[in-house]
Write a protein of this length. Structure first.
Length: 240
């Protein structure tokens, strides 16, 4: 029996690589996205994976979106909280809106998505919740007080929920990617990107597939003893 996996922000970047890797591993996969219909259409065409539009920042929309996915593919047994945004600014210039938008997607979005699937996972005595945090949630990054705070919050959430889910066969883990060559990172000015690469011991940006590989590992039925963990995948840039 193949399990159903739902990947937020699954139509581009790291999320798209996760969807493809899970599909290749035999899962029934649904991708969520926020609003880029063009990217979603291209993704659908290339992968044959269904894409569903709603914002993870909106709790009611998550409940309705998950209901639709479950009607189409069956109960969500594997949830990948991958959707994320940046609104970078030095703190003295950061607006309340920049703070709120990042919190709403990167931290509240994780609650909004996990809460509606939690009861079903508890009843079925199986679940996998994997949240894509960030190296910058581990170490902090100037210009990203909002993003670093939200991503660090994701790690606290993961550690607490892992304890709650353990007896019900639900594992809850986080992955902290370093810098991966997606649109999010390619949007950074080239000079800044070069200075980032200079700080990565392996001497290059990571690839989305390298994060997807870690997701497939944690999602597996055989990974049931791994819970509450933070898996760093950062080319050696930050060693906890
Ligand atoms: P991208 O910007 O390439 O893609 C982001 C995806 O998230 C898109 O599918 C986008 O949908 C979706 N999304 C954004 N906001 C929402 C929302 N409110 N509701 C639903 N979906 C949303 O991001 P990456 O692939 O680079 O990043 C993926 C995750 O990995 C993020 O959480 C990010 O913080 C994290 N990360 C990335 C790193 C990197 O180097 N790239 C490093 C460390 C962590 P749409 O296409 O509709 O806009």
């Amino acid at each position: 029996m193949s399990r159903t996996a739902l990947v937020t922000g699954g139509t581009r970047g790291i999320g798209a690589a996760i969807c493809i890797a899970l599909k290749d591993a035999g899962y029934k996969v649904a991708a969520n996205y926020a609003g880029n219909d063009e990217a979603a259409a291209a993704f659908r065409q290339q992968t044959g994976i269904a894409a569903y539009k709603w914002s993870v920042a909106d709790y009611e929309a998550c409940v309705e979106g998950i209901r639709q996915v479950e009607a189409d593919l069956g109960p969500v047994e594997v949830l990948i909280n991958n959707a994320g945004i940046t609104r970078d600014a030095m703190f003295h210039k950061m607006t309340p809106q920049q703070w709120r938008e990042v919190m709403d997607t990167n931290l509240n979005g994780v609650f909004n998505m996990t809460h509606p699937v939690w009861a079903g996972m508890r009843e079925r005595k199986f679940g996998r919740v994997i949240t894509i945090s960030s190296i910058n949630g581990q170490k902090g990054q100037m210009g990203q007080a909002n993003y670093s705070a939200a991503k660090a919050g994701d790690l606290g959430f993961t550690k607490a929920l892992a304890q709650e889910g353990a007896k019900a066969g639900i594992t809850v883990n986080a992955i902290c990617p370093g810098y991966i060559g997606t649109e999010m990172v390619m949007a950074v000015p080239e000079k800044v990107r070069e200075s980032i690469i200079a700080q990565i011991p392996v001497g290059r940006l990571g690839e989305a597939d390298e994060i997807a590989r870690a997701v497939v590992f944690l999602a597996a039925d055989e990974s049931g003893f791994i819970t509450g963990s933070t898996l760093s995948a950062n080319g050696g840039q930050f060693v906890v």
